[in-house]
Design a protein around this ligand. Structure first.
Ligand SMILES: [Zn+2]
Length: 54
């Protein structure tokens, strides 16, 4: 279950549960990532399958 709704950062389409998504993100500066969720929220762009394939 998703805790919050995800939206494609390109087309703003709502990502449906079970749909394949792609996250474009910067490589972490630290090897050990304690706050992975916070990091993803801050540093990643979520793309739907359609936009990723463009
Ligand atoms: Zn999209």
């Amino acid at each position: 279950m998703l805790e919050r709704k995800l939206y494609c950062s390109d087309c703003n389409k709502e990502i449906e549960a079970g749909e394949d998504i792609y996250a474009k993100m910067k490589a972490p500066k630290h090897k050990i990532m304690v706050e992975i969720k916070a990091y993803l929220k801050k540093e990643s762009d979520i793309l739907c399958q359609e936009c990723f394939g463009k």
